[in-house]
Design a protein. Sequence first.
Length: 563
Amino acid sequence: MSDGNQITLHLIETSDVHGCFFPYDFISGKPKAGSLARVTTYIKQLRKESDNNVVLLDNGDILQGQPVCYYSNYVRSTAPNIAASVINYMGYDAETVGNHDIETGHAVYDKWAGEVNCPMLGANTINTTTNRPYFKPYTIIDRSGVRIAVIGMLTPAIPNWLEERLWQGLYFDDIVKSAAYWTNYVKEHEHPDMIVGLFHSGWEGGIKTDKYVEDEAQMVAEKVPGFDIVFFGHDHKPHNSVVKGAGGNDVLCLDPANNAIRVAQADVKLQKDENGKYEIVSKAGKLVDVIDFEVDPDYMSHFSSDIDSVKTWVNRKIGVFSHAISTRDSYFGNSAFNDFIMNMQMKITGADITFNAPLSLDATIDSGAVTVADMFKLYKYENGIYVMRLTGEEIQKYLEMSYDQWCNTMKSPDDHLLLFATDTRNDSQRMGFKNLFFNFDAAAGIDYVVDVTKPDGQKVKILRMTNGKLFDKHKYYKVAVNSYRGNGGGELLTKGAGIPKDSLQKRIIWRSQYDQRHYLMKEIESEGYCNPQPNHNWKFIPEKWTNAAAKRDRQLLFGINEK
């Protein structure tokens, strides 16, 4: 909105959309909350009300999460990527790259970056050949005469999760260092009226090494002078705050969290001075929930053929399950769901031992026909499979770290079995747990007990190999893991097992050509009829305490009607 020399701009951020383009969950086959189909309704309304004084930004992690992404990335890969088509249809002004976008591989994200009509930003993603940013470091957006500099960044922790072939020819600079350079650059060369950060990096915490820090949004806002607004994401936590910047100004910091449930909005009022320069008079942030907005019919009509194509693909039957399996069981002991994946991994690879954690807090595959869509419940992301050489002692220490993050140390029978936290209920990567639930790895191929009355580091007792042979702490075993874990994700191999990060690649003796879901799908198609059962190879003890505690905690996590 404009009034003479005064103007109000609305800057909108989406982040971590993870393929939630439509109000339909292609995995469950049910209606979906949020989605860009509702965000579109809000953006059209806001543009109309504000004389088009809207700046629309996306903060990455858009290429993975729903089957529509996989279909576009790998099945119908020669057509324009639907993530690009959506960005273009909605008229985004800038886009950054997220870690899950990089995970798709160069062929996918390079093509996608070339198809979007807006600038693709990544100031700290550096081309090793030119030593310059691989994507544009920043863009200048002009809105009613106001010059807005948007500087984009990506978390530098990429090497901790992804194998190098996915980001070959790139390296990732520290965000604080890059932000300091590029704010000075745009001030000197572009003379903007406003500087905005668009960072695919969380507020604080995450992985910290001597080479990088995963989540640096707060540090940039507080330590790097020049930013007026910092939009961020990656950590899936809704956030709205104002911090004091290094230059003494207030920095508005916003994160809409994930899955297009809400958008982050900065309303900025500016005044033109006598020299024609705009200065910020006020700025305010809010998180706008789009759940109750109507779906935009024109948007849905535009993408109707894409939706129909994906539905046809995901509904293809690949096998039959004799009974339902659920990730809910995975947190309390042996789980047919988790063990099915691990047993398949051992069959595919011939490994001695395998690790796996549930990637969705609450996913169920029903009895009866199993479809392609169910494979996304079974395995959410496009991880590969590795076989690694680990000693028995490293396996022990790996599991100790997993269960230390997973389990409470019970002092009485009334304590929680699981390690909860009061401030993570709105964190979709923790959902009430103290730690990330997708790092709660159990094992197959060995028999063991987890004594939750013991202190951290002493809970796991490995009894034997499941085949009856002796488990030897000094022997090397072939261990199957997903590529996220094998590259250091979750730090179970590094901090847990004690293997230096730069030694992980030497431990890998086999890599799958395709993603894990591809192999699981082929195995189910080959078997036709599957009867998944828990392995019963491990349990929490003492059972007099843990059985009752598990029942209480299960009700706390999943509701009083949970059986």
